[in-house]
Write a protein that binds this ligand. Structure first.
Ligand SMILES: Cc1cc2nc3c(=O)[nH]c(=O)nc-3n(C[C@H](O)[C@H](O)[C@H](O)COP(=O)(O)OP(=O)(O)OC[C@H]3O[C@@H](n4cnc5c(N)ncnc54)[C@H](O)[C@@H]3O)c2cc1C
Length: 475
């Protein structure tokens, strides 16, 4: 057993009753059927079990709950929208689920300081809509925006499709309110860009996946809303062409590339076959890229996109391309990208890797990865896609046509080992944006710098000495 994953002892009826009384019976879900949305992971990869899902309505209630949990050594799993992809939010061992979804107030919108202060359970979509209401952009964008929450985004340090320009969740947070394992409230809700009064404590909790504290609110940075956006779909001959085209686009647009997403041919064909999408171009190229530019100016962006594609064609980086004529058409292009991972499931098993490597190494990584995967399981179908500009590739490998799904998925660990060796060879990370959870936990001691890993354990022991917060996740 992992050193940090202590077994969960059954919660005593007295403790349970105290916790339920605190949030009120109507906010404590014990009915098994009503618990289901909190227990089953998005892809149904895991189903947890729990005596109760607690839904506190305030920071004070979270604090009181954690005081009881700490006093009685009761394990707690913080949960937001339950869209996490590494099993971090699931009570695998009967822990209590602490859902933040009732804490969904937008406490303040300040368009002068360019900030929004949200409680943890506000969905990403609502935060974006509220920002748009004062002509600002909250620049995090994930396909799961309708369900995922600000608390979950920060706890996973989520990336998404706009990280190229605006950065990952960490870049958006100015201040946090966090309830510590013993119930103390760390009030760090400041709006300051500049605050050098010692250690930057908020960054300990961002990306900690609920293992160091429960985020209850955050001050997030807003940016001006773009005045124009252009979207194009380009057929390209190779992964190297994608990297070179990104360089060209960055130069011509002077840093205006908001998204630059690559998709492999076979995966696009699957989205067309199962997802009812239409291929934007007649040409069947080995790869395609979806490019989005945005600008604070009303004029000129279209010319830039045309120049990027024209020069790309001239240099052999682009085989064919089309620029969207309407917002509706842009949505149909984005739909292909959004369905890319999901539709692979219609073809049977898919072994997944959420990795990053330095941008310059993406072509070599994909070439070696494809060869190694096919050597390990002949006939398997690598379908890389994702965020070229962040070096973040969702390297999914679909089962051979007609193979037995269960047999194929038994090779998950072998395939991971094979691909991760190549990732590490190219100076990459085995978890780019989804986190560690339980999926990558056992890899950490093998790949992390030993001093870094020891420091992580020291922090965990210091902030959560009884090991009650999300035990067995990350460490
Ligand atoms: C269709 C789909 C597309 C996705 N696309 C992307 C993508 O492009 N980029 C990306 O990065 N991710 C993506 N994800 C993954 C997921 O949406 C993100 O990880 C998201 O940030 C999780 O938010 P959540 O509120 O659902 O958190 P949950 O799933 O509920 O929890 C995730 C983790 O955070 C912890 N946690 C949650 N809330 C709190 C809190 N308030 N305090 C402390 N800990 C907390 C949990 O314990 C768990 O470890 C996608 C998921 C889906 C289903």
């Amino acid at each position: 057993m992992n050193e940090m994953s202590k077994p969960v002892t059954a919660v005593s009826p007295t403790t349970l009753a105290r916790m339920i009384a605190l949030v009120g019976e109507k906010n404590a879900i014990t009915d098994k059927e009503k618990q289901t949305p909190y227990l089953v992971e998005f892809r149904a990869l895991w189903t947890g079990h729990t005596p109760v899902v607690l839904r506190p309505g305030s920071t004070r209630e979270v604090s009181e709950l954690l005081k009881i949990a700490s006093e009685t050594t009761t394990a707690i799993i913080p949960q937001g929208g339950n869209t996490g992809l590494v099993g971090g939010q699931i009570p695998h061992n009967g822990e209590i689920v602490l859902s933040l979804n009732r804490m969904d107030k937008i406490r303040e919108l300040d368009p002068i300081s360019n900030t929004i202060t949200c409680e943890a359970g506000v969905t990403l979509q609502r935060a974006r809509e509220a920002a748009a209401g004062v002509d600002r952009l909250y620049p995090q964008l994930l396909p799961s925006e309708g369900s995922c929450t600000i608390g979950g985004n920060l706890s996973t340090n989520a990336g998404g499709t706009a990280a190229l320009t605006h950065g990952v969740a960490r870049s958006h947070a100015l201040g946090l309110e966090v309830v510590l394992a013993d119930g103390r409230v760390l009030n760090n809700l400041n709006k300051l860009k500049k605050d050098n009064t010692g250690y930057d404590l908020k960054n300990l909790f961002i990306g900690a996946e609920g293992t160091l504290g429960v985020i209850t609110a955050a001050v997030l940075r807003l940016v001006p809303r773009p005045k124009s956006v252009e979207t194009a779909w380009a057929a390209i001959p190779s992964v190297q062409a994608a990297v070179d085209l990104l360089g060209l686009a960055t130069e011509i647009s002077a840093g205006g590339v908001t998204s630059f997403e690559i998709m492999a041919r076979e995966g696009i064909d699957i989205v067309i076959k199962h997802g009812g999408a239409r291929d934007p171009l007649a040409a069947k190229s080995p790869y395609s890229v979806l490019i989005e530019l945005s600008s604070q100016r009303h004029e000129g962006l279209r010319d830039q996109m045309e120049q990027i594609l024209a020069e790309g064609l001239e240099k052999g980086l682009v085989l064919d391309a089309t620029i969207c004529e309407s917002v509706e058409q842009a949505k149909t292009f984005w739909r292909i990208r959004e369905l890319f991972g999901e539709m692979q499931g219609r073809e049977g098993g898919s072994i997944k890797h959420d990795i990053s490597v330095p941008v310059a190494n993406i072509p070599a990584f994909i070439e070696e990865g494809n060869a190694a995967a096919r050597k390990l399981i002949p006939g398997c179908r690598p379908m890389p896609f994702g965020h070229v500009g962040d070096g973040n590739i969702h390297y999914n490998i679909t089962q051979p046509v007609g193979a037995d799904k269960a047999e194929y998925l038994k090779r998950w660990d072998d395939m991971n080992d094979t691909i991760y060796k190549i990732v590490l060879k190219y100076g990459g990370s085995v978890s780019a944006e989804h986190g560690v959870g339980i999926v990558k936990r056992d890899y950490l001691p093998k790949i992390k710098d030993p001093v870094a890993y020891e420091l992580m354990k020291t922090l965990k022991r210091t902030l959560d000495p009884k090991g009650i917060l999300n035990p067995g996740k990350v460490l």
